[in-house]
Design a binder for this molecule. Structure first.
Ligand SMILES: Nc1ncnc2c1ncn2[C@@H]1O[C@H](COP(=O)(O)OP(=O)(O)O)[C@@H](O)[C@H]1O
Ligand SMILES: [Mg+2]
Length: 185
């Protein structure tokens, strides 16, 4: 398939969305450093022109346990949430990204909070439906794919929002799905 640069053009964007949708597969989970994936994803967008006026605030716990993750899939989820935040804020605003152990110590919680326009209850109910979009050039596939990936990892993806009050997406991933947990000092 000759999609040269999937970031350019509406048609390419739709094709890429459909390919991602069709490709949804069982995750190939390996022990991974979730912070490394998160930092790498932020580094990918940081210098893009659409992010020139987006301030990204990082609040990371450096001692997170390692997790069993399919890194490409998790990176795709982070990317979808970051790009959605940028699009909601229309290229200017603050994106707060937080990664901390869950209160029970058995999970890792990753949060993306923007100060864009947020959404009403009615919109919020539909955002995880495939093809639901409020954007002229949207595919409506980013969040449905992201939810699928997180559920396939045994995790949760939740949203909180109010019109005018920004949006907050929270991913919870289990820290103890098999392999060893934190390396001993
Ligand atoms: N950070 C956000 N702030 C406000 N609305 C959002 C945000 N993220 C997603 N949405 C809403 O969810 C819809 C679906 O998102 P998504 O599945 O990624 O598809 P798309 O980005 O192609 O519209 C968006 O069209 C938008 O209405
Ligand atoms: Mg999207």
């Amino acid at each position: 398939m000759a999609v040269r640069d999937p970031r350019d053009g509406a048609v390419q964007k739709i094709i890429k969305g459909l390919l991602d949708f069709a490709r949804q597969s069982e995750p190939e989970k390996r022990e991974n450093d979730v912070l490394e994936i998160l930092k790498k994803t932020i580094a990918l967008v940081e210098n893009h022109k659409d992010f020139r006026e987006i301030e990204i605030i990082e609040d990371f716990d450096p001692n997170l346990p390692r997790l069993m993750l399919d890194r490409d899939q998790i990176q795709q989820v982070f990317m979808n949430l970051i790009v959605n935040a940028e699009e909601a804020m229309n290229g200017s605003g603050t994106l707060y990204v937080r990664a901390k152990p869950g209160p029970d110590g058995l999970t890792v919680v990753i949060m993306f909070r923007d100060n864009g326009p947020g959404m009403d209850e009615d919109t919020m109910r539909k955002i995880f439906d495939p093809f639901f979009t409020t954007k002229e050039m949207g595919t409506g596939l980013g969040l449905s794919i992201s939810l699928g990936i997180i559920v396939n990892h045994g995790g949760e993806l939740e949203v909180e929002s109010k019109p005018g009050g920004g949006a907050c997406f929270t991913i919870t991933l289990a820290a103890n799905s098999g392999a060893g947990g934190r390396a001993a000092a």
